[in-house]
Each structure stands twice: as structure tokens, then as C-alpha cells.
Design a binder for this molecule. Structure first.
Ligand SMILES: [Zn+2]
Length: 666
């Protein structure tokens, strides 16, 4: 074949693969065997490998294999994604209908489309000439995050449409319940924390920085809206959905065109009872006016369209017996009461444990062991006890005395002012906290150490081999071999996995430290502002709290953390064992013009938004801070500057006007 023929063959293969992918994943009606499909795919990959100049970002071969990214780019949506007003019961649904009737008094004119509201992550997909160019999260409706590479791994999202159109499609990515249960089972075995519900699991998976993890998670999508550019836009929502389906999108087959509010209400009632038979989670029904001209006439409030409403299914409740209340101690020492109840079916799953929140809540509801209690499962939280059925209280129940000491180490519990949660203050001696910190250290979003899970950590701490994460790095093969049921090969794998984790990116290390209130997002922000543990340790409260996205509560927690003796000891040991406690600056980053310099922006700039200026500074290697201190190198002053300008004069910090600044960035 000459190059032209190869190119044609590649294009033909892509079309075939896209088509069969569509039949298999979207229509669930394959026409060829898996083996035949694999053969097409292999031929495509081979031709692309031999002729890399023909690889395009939307080739089916590009669904997999992208490298992890340090964060997501922000994208401004072309069309704003509104949120919907809620109707919490049938009455509120009718109220919405009556508001619509003020504009359209003739009820026979009105048709509605009812769609199940999927409990997932709202996203938008942009296609140009039928090619997927971008996928983004909804975000705040105006600005979202670019998650294109992750979305490409979802087989039900077409990379190329059946027609070369320009459009924006909106939908909900979700994790089907069977996949959710499989994932949690896997995590249980690996000693990793389980996800509370499919929604958390789904949105967590889509927002993975590593697209390969997203791919493993087995996600799906329903498309429920689209803005089609050009003349091909159908006149109704129902027709639009049909049109989108014809382009290769997966839409929800349970959607229904309804004539009159009675049919809408029937639809809501029907799915309220049948929803638990579905393989995905739904928490309500979205009701939309079908006619797009009528939609336009009804328009929008500042937050939401007037032509649609989200009817919420009533929360599921069940009665069961409270067997026991146990306290669980987390890695920060926080104590949470957990209710053990007689197994009861609730919202499609069997519940054995429920949340009780805190001591005050137990007292307020006067919950006693032996009581018959109401438990409730709202869409997005684990079941909780909401009340006691007093008529069923046995005569011999006792007021529940909240324990005054830690159930694990016996230390008296403490509670900070204005906090409802009790803490075990024995940070260095409490087994539960020691194990919790180790489990967090090895977890996937932290140091990600394979082979070391809950049960191994228990053995290591029981034997006194490990007291804090730094001790992991001193373990020898013989230490590991002294544990029960341990073989040479496994011991070697464990040691290798631990040693291999010494060079994790800096933001993972910050997350792994397990500072109270500092999760992976905050860790990432901190890593953008500090490049070593020493820098972070020496930062003061003022400085940390002035960072965009970090408040006073977090800053105080960070400062306190580094003052603790056991933390300082651990950091010394980590350093001694060769764990990397800093950001490896690439040669390129070191030579950036603003490297190591700190900027503060104040006032209105004429040529750009302040955010944009901040982005430019960061791109050139500088830091942007929210307040002026003696560590500030430059204050960039626009029109009507605030008190930061005065502070800069006071501290004699170099002041740049907009022109100076622009010159500096050239
Ligand atoms: Zn304790």
C-alpha cells in the first residue's frame, strides 16, 4: 500500500470500529464477534504504529493510554449550564405547573418530557465537524474543568459522530451500581476506604488525574440535552434527543413524552417505586417543557430555567432495631459514633450500620441501645438515624452515656470549643491513630504503596515494628518475613514497593502527612506555593492563609501540625531514610524569569482580568499571594488599589504599575 492507501485504510478502520463500538456499548446489539472487533482494532493500531503521522486525537486507539496530569485546566463554557429548581413533593410540582400556566394558559398546548435524574456528574461535550474536541465538568455552570482525556476512556461517549455537525451535548456520567459494588469489594480487599455511594465513586473516578484509573472504573453516560449549531436544530426537546441518539449518543430509554400534568405525575409515581430495579442510581425526575420556542419564552431566572424543574423522590426511610453504638477513632483522633442496627433493606441495599453524627445528636434524639429507630437514606449520604419510635421503646433501656475515654487507648477524650466532635489527644500512643495514619500514608492518593494494606499494617504495628510512616522505610526483608504467612517473594515485593515510594511528587507527600483539613486538593495548592517541607514548615499563619483557596482554619491546622514534636521527629527520620521531601524543580522551571519571586495584585487592570495576570505570573515561575508581607517581591497596582497598596508603601516593597508589569512579562 502507498501512503494514500494506508491513510484510506486507517480511516475505513476507524469508521468500522466506531460503528461497532456504538452497536456494542450504546445499542447493546453487536453485529460482529469480540474476536473480529479485536482484529480490526489490532490492524488499526499496527498501521498507526507504522505510520504515526496519521494518528489523530480522536482515533479509537486514543481512548486509552494518556499520562496522568498534575491538575485540570479550567474552561469557560460556551453556553452556561444552569442548575434546576427543585420540587420536593407533588404539590411543589403543581405550583411550578401553575407558574408555567400564567404564560401558557391553555393546558392542551403543553407537552412535557420526563427524564430520570441521574445521580452522577454533569458534563458537557463539544464537537466540531462531528469530532469530540473537549469534555468538561459542569463546575459552577460558567467555568468547569477540562477532563477530555478521562471522558474519552468511556466507551459510550462517541469520539466521532455519524454526521459532521457542530454541537454541544450535555449529560450525566455515572457509575452503574454493579460496577460500584465490584469496586467497593476490591477496595475492601485491598484495605482501601470504600466509597459511600455510586455518585461519589463516579465523580471521583472522572476527576482522577490518571486517566488509566478512570478507564478501569467502568463508567457510563446518558446524554440529556444538546445545543446544535446551524439550521438542523429540531423544534422540540423530544426531537432533539432523538436527533442526538441518531448521531451516536447514548440517551436514557426510560424518558417519556407526557401530555398534561397528570401524565407527568404518573411518571414520577411510577419511577418512585420502580427505581430500585434500575442498574443505576436516580434521585428524581427532570420535567421539561417540550417546545423549544415555549422554553425560550419562559426564559430563565438568575440561577435556573423557568421551563424545567427537578422533582425529588421522597427520601427512603425504614424502621429497625439499634443493637449497639460503637466509637470509631480516625487518624486525626476524631471520634465518631457508629450505630449497628439489625439488617434492613433501604433504598435497594441492605443496611447494617448507620451514622449518628456526634454526641450532641445522640443526646438530642435520646437514642438508646435497644430502641427501634428510623433510618433514612438521602441520595448522597450514608444512612443515618433520624429518630426513635418511642412507642416501641422497651421498658429497661438506659440513657446512652457517651464514653469519656478513647475506646482504643483509654485516654480521656477532649473537645475543642465550638466543636461537636470529641478527639483522642494521644496522637503518638493511640493504636487507632497510628494505624489510621499509616493506612492514609500508603493509600492511592497519598504515597500509593502497593502490597501494604490494612491487615499488613495491623501486623506491623502489633509487633511494634512500625510506629509512624517513616519506620516503613527502615523495614528489612527479615522484619517482613517474621510476620505470619509470609513468603520470600511477597516480602520482596513489599520492600520494593515501600522503597519505590520514596520519590513521589511533592503534593502526594503533603497529602500523605495527613494534616487535619488538608486533603489532596489542598495539598496540590500548597505544592504550588511551597517547594519543600522546610519551606512549608517555616511559613507562618498569615502567609498560608493568604493563599487563594486556603482559609484560616486550614492554615492554623498546618502551623499546629508542624509544631508537634512527633511530627518533627518523623520528618527528620524520613529525611534520613532518603524520602524526597521537596519538589524536584526541572531545569526549565529554575530558569523561568519569575522563579522564586512573589507577587501581590491589587486594583483593576486595564488590559486583563486579575486572574489572567495571576496565571501569567505562575506560568513564568512566580507565586501569587493574597496579602503583602516583607517576603513580597512585587506589588502590581491597577486602578483603585486597596489597602495592599498602602501596606506595600509601608514595607517598602517594589511597586509596579500595569505598564511596568507588562514590560516585565515580555
Ligand atoms: Zn486513643
Amino acid at each position: 500500500m502507498d501512503k494514500q492507501e494506508i491513510k484510506q485504510r486507517i480511516e475505513a478502520l476507524r469508521n468500522q470500529i466506531n460503528y461497532h463500538n456504538y452497536l456494542y456499548y450504546v445499542k447493546d446489539a453487536p453485529e460482529i464477534s469480540d474476536k473480529e472487533f479485536d482484529e480490526l482494532f489490532r490492524e488499526l493500531k499496527r498501521l498507526e504504529q507504522e505510520n504515526p503521522e496519521f494518528i489523530t486525537p480522536n482515533s479509537p486507539s486514543q481512548r486509552i493510554g494518556a499520562e496522568p496530569s498534575p491538575g485540570f485546566e479550567q474552561v469557560k463554557h460556551k453556553y452556561r449550564l444552569y442548575s434546576l429548581d427543585n420540587a420536593n413533593d407533588g404539590e411543589e410540582l403543581v405550583e411550578w405547573y401553575n407558574r408555567v400556566r400564567k404564560t401558557f394558559p391553555e393546558p392542551e398546548q403543553l407537552t412535557f418530557v420526563c427524564e430520570l435524574k441521574i445521580d452522577g456528574l454533569a458534563i458537557t461535550l463539544t464537537y466540531e465537524d462531528g469530532n469530540l474536541v473537549r469534555g468538561a465538568t459542569r463546575g459552577d455552570g460558567q467555568v468547569g474543568e477540562d477532563i477530555t482525556t478521562n471522558l474519552k476512556t468511556i466507551n459510550t461517549i462517541p469520539l466521532t459522530l455519524f454526521k459532521p455537525v457542530n454541537l454541544e451535548a450535555r449529560g450525566e456520567v455515572f457509575m452503574p451500581i454493579p460496577s460500584f459494588e465490584k469496586l467497593n469489594e476490591k477496595r475492601r480487599h485491598a484495605g482501601e476506604p470504600e466509597f459511600a455511594n455510586p455518585r461519589n465513586a463516579g465523580s471521583g473516578s472522572v476527576r482522577q488525574l490518571d486517566p488509566r484509573i478512570t478507564r478501569e472504573r467502568d463508567l457510563d453516560i446518558f446524554i440529556y440535552a444538546g445545543t446544535i449549531e446551524g439550521n438542523s436544530c429540531p423544534p422540540t426537546h423530544w426531537e432533539t434527543i432523538k436527533y442526538l441518539r441518531g448521531l451516536g449518543f447514548k440517551t436514557n430509554p426510560s424518558s417519556q413524552l407526557c401530555h398534561g400534568i397528570q401524565e407527568v405525575s404518573d411518571y414520577c409515581n411510577k419511577w418512585n417505586t420502580q427505581r430500585f430495579d434500575l442498574p443505576y442510581a436516580t434521585d428524581g425526575v427532570v420535567v421539561k417543557i417540550n417546545d423549544l420556542h415555549k422554553q425560550e419564552k419562559l426564559g430563565y431566572t438568575s440561577r435556573s430555567p423557568r421551563w424545567a424543574i427537578a422533582y425529588k423522590f421522597p427520601p427512603e426511610q425504614a424502621l429497625t432495631k439499634l443493637i449497639d453504638i460503637q466509637l470509631s477513632v480516625g487518624r486525626t483522633g476524631a471520634v465518631t459514633p457508629i450505630a449497628h442496627v439489625e439488617p434492613v433493606k433501604l433504598a435497594g441495599s441492605v443496611v447494617k450500620r448507620a451514622s449518628l453524627h456526634n454526641a450532641d445528636e445522640i443526646k438530642r434524639l435520646d437514642i438508646r441501645i435497644g430502641d427501634t429507630v428510623w433510618i433514612k437514606k438521602a441520595a448522597e449520604i450514608i444512612p443515618k438515624i433520624i429518630g426513635v419510635n418511642m412507642t416501641k421503646r422497651p421498658p429497661d433501656t438506659q440513657l446512652f452515656e457517651y464514653p469519656q475515654t478513647c475506646p482504643v487507648c483509654g485516654t480521656p477524650l477532649e473537645r475543642e470549643q465550638d466543636e461537636v466532635i470529641y478527639y483522642c489527644p494521644n496522637h503518638t500512643g493511640c493504636e487507632a491513630q497510628i494505624r489510621g495514619r499509616l493506612e492514609h500514608w500508603v493509600s492511592r492518593d497519598a504515597m500509593n504503596i502497593d502490597w501494604v494494606g490494612e491487615s499488613l499494617i495491623k501486623q506491623l504495628t502489633d509487633k511494634g515494628l512500625v510506629k509512624d510512616p517513616s519506620d516503613l522505610y527502615a523495614l528489612t526483608q527479615n522484619d517482613i518475613l517474621s510476620l505470619e504467612r509470609m513468603g520470600d517473594k511477597l516480602a520482596e515485593n513489599i520492600i520494593n514497593a515501600i522503597q519505590e515510594s520514596k520519590n513521589r511528587p511533592f503534593y502526594r507527600l503533603i497529602n500523605a502527612l495527613g494534616i487535619k483539613y488538608v486533603g489532596k486538593e489542598t495539598a496540590y495548592i500548597l505544592s504550588q506555593n511551597y517547594h519543600s517541607i522546610d519551606e512549608l514548615k517555616n511559613a507562618n499563619f498569615e502567609e498560608i492563609s493568604s493563599i487563594e483557596g486556603i482559609g484560616g482554619k486550614i492554615a492554623a491546622s498546618i502551623v499546629n501540625f508542624f509544631q508537634e514534636q512527633h511530627v518533627q521527629d518523623m520528618l527528620e527520620k524520613l529525611k534520613a531514610y532518603g524520602v524526597k521531601l521537596y519538589e524536584e524543580k526541572t531545569e526549565a522551571a529554575k530558569s523561568l524569569p519569575f522563579a522564586g519571586q512573589s507577587f501581590v495584585l491589587t486594583g483593576t487592570l486595564k488590559s486583563m482580568e486579575r486572574n489572567t495576570a495571576g496565571e501569567i505570573i505562575k506560568k513564568l515561575g512566580g507565586k501569587v499571594s493574597g496579602s503583602v508581607s516583607k517576603n513580597t517581591d512585587y506589588v502590581v497596582v491597577g486602578e483603585n488599589p486597596g489597602s495592599k497598596y498602602d501596606k506595600a508603601l509601608q514595607l517598602n516593597v517594589k511597586i509596579l504599575n500595569e505598564d511596568d508589569f507588562l514590560k516585565l512579562t515580555e
